[in-house]
Design a protein around this ligand. Structure first.
Ligand SMILES: [Zn+2]
Length: 393
């Protein structure tokens, strides 16, 4: 039975990265680069390096040749070559990734990274934008008082959704999922905004961590029947990992049934099997293992295979969750293709899955599911997959 090879049809898959961020522009020193290849918020101990991780080894093995170095070039040689190439290193890695379209979330360190349009230009790819709900609430709360907040938030969200193809919630970082998921009342929202603004420390920006206002964002998005991404599982140390098991969202998922909104569970590691179950039983739930694929490196094929145990093939999605370093987009895509290849080798060969069926399933996960859920083809202003083109709703 034919089995795809690393250079076979999998290499030609058109990938839609349904959740990622922008690349940092300009030179990056070693400390900054090491910070970009870990989810920890402190440097490695003296004498140690984050290159000594699955991700670090994947960079040296797979990214070094893209920059004309031998596999397993030293970190010093790699970073020197990267600096020598400058923006060319970013363009090479992005263009070698095979990602044809980027769905970019701009709510994190937006002032330091390329804009979606700049990403599209650097990568020679299409792009779309996703808006972070909590950031939107913070912006609105900087501008209006408790009585005007709700109307202003709704107006701002409607305005953003004229071009953005979906929203994202980072509730996992702010309150966890073990909260009452119900729709808050207008009075509760006004009270929460008043308390939040009153508790503000002088000179500090507003940072949303009130469950009432997090839930408001969820429900306003549900009302608009848009795709809603949730950060789930693994992330930096702000996350209380035990409070962001996606099973804790079960009641919300039930409440959102029939609304027309899609719920996209991002990353999910180490809860990717729980996420697969939710995608299996709830018609509006989807999941990916972005971020986990890059960070588990040589072990990522197993994570990908596990993520496809219960998840229907029309519910699994590809994402890199890359931020800052172009290596993370390249590896997110390359390791994803290899993981699919390994899974097909393990399942499809012995089970006799025809090659055209393998290709069909790979295309669904690689991009067609994202294209359908985010309605990328319905964009009035552009054609799906046209380099440099922007999707909008
Ligand atoms: Zn992300």
């Amino acid at each position: 039975m034919p089995v795809p090879t690393e250079n076979g049809w999998l290499a030609d898959l058109h990938l839609v990265d349904h959740h990622c961020h922008g690349v940092i522009e300009g030179p990056v020193d070693r400390a900054t680069f090491e910070d970009l290849i870990t989810e920890s918020d402190v440097p490695a101990p003296d004498g140690a390096t984050f290159f000594d991780t699955q991700l670090g080894f994947a960079i040296r093995r797979d990214c070094a040749p893209v920059l004309d170095l031998p596999s397993f070039a030293s970190p010093e040689d790699y970073l020197a070559r990267r600096a020598e190439l400058g923006g060319e290193a970013t363009r090479r890695l992005l263009r070698a990734s095979g990602i044809g379209d980027y769905v970019i979330e701009t709510g994190f360190k937006a002032d330091q990274i390329l804009t979606p349009a700049q990403m599209g230009a650097a990568a020679g790819a299409g792009y779309a934008e996703v808006v972070r709900l909590e950031r939107l609430a913070e912006q609105v709360a900087e501008e209006v008082g408790p009585e005007d907040f709700l109307a202003a938030f709704r107006d701002r969200l409607d305005a953003e959704l004229r071009t953005a193809v979906g929203v994202k919630s980072i509730a996992a970082y702010r309150v966890g999922f073990d909260i009452d998921p119900s729709r808050p009342t207008d009075d509760a929202v006004a009270r929460a905004v008043g308390d939040w603004q009153a508790a503000r420390q002088p000179g500090q920006p507003l940072r949303l961590s009130d469950p009432v206002l997090v839930r408001l964002g969820w429900w306003e998005a549900i009302d608009r029947a848009v795709p809603i991404q949730f950060h789930v599982g693994y992330g930096d140390p702000d996350v209380d990992l035990h409070r962001c098991n996606p099973l804790l969202l079960t009641d919300l998922l039930r409440l959102a049934r029939g609304s027309g909104a899609s719920i996209l569970l991002l990353h999910c590691y180490p809860f990717h099997r729980e996420a697969g179950y939710l995608a299996h039983v709830f018609e509006h739930v989807y999941c990916d293992v972005g971020l986990a694929v890059t960070y588990t490196g040589a072990q990522s094929a197993q994570v990908i295979a596990e993520s496809l145990e219960l998840t229907p093939f029309f519910k699994a999605m590809f994402s890199s969750d890359a931020f800052g370093a172009a290596e993370l987009y390249y590896l997110g895509a390359e390791l994803f293709r290899r993981g699919l290849q390994r899974a097909f080798t393990t399942w499809a060969g012995p089970q006799g899955w025809p090659e055209e069926e393998q290709q069909r399933v790979a295309s669904l996960v690689a991009g067609e599911n994202a294209r359908r859920v985010y309605r990328l083809d319905q964009a009035p202003t552009t054609t799906f997959g046209r380099p440099g083109a922007r999707f909008s709703r």
